[in-house]
Design a protein around this ligand. Sequence first.
Ligand SMILES: [Zn+2]
Length: 154
Amino acid sequence: MRESTHVIFGLGVGAIVAKMLKMNTLDMGLSLVGSIIIHEIIDYFGHEYHFWQSHPRRLQFTHSIFGVFLIATFLTIIIGLPAFYVNGVGHYLIFWPLLASGLSHLVLDALTPNGVFICGKRVSLRVCRSNNPIANIALQFVGVALLCFAFCRS
Ligand SMILES: [Zn+2]
């Protein structure tokens, strides 16, 4: 899917998980920032470009459950540690919204012909291409709806 679709959908998923964990405002904010960054990392390090191919090849390193787990752990440390030194409170809970947001990336990419990697095997549901405008708009709409649901529910 498009980068913007991953970010908006992932923000919605991350916000729902953060709300379920009854996070305070700071942790919620850190989770949302991390929910944006995780998709940039997954896709930046997750493709191989060759001049003879029209589309970049998706790599197993970041487009797998283990890869997302590692990136979420890394981001929790990178984002949580500075916040810990500012207010002396551990922010390890942000791992869960980051993991959920990262896993949503895999779910959306699994809909495309390129697929993702589960236990080393490429899994693709072949529902639509990653640049399909209708699918991207629909999934962005779902992401915004999830965000509204997370923030509007008391
Ligand atoms: Zn991707």
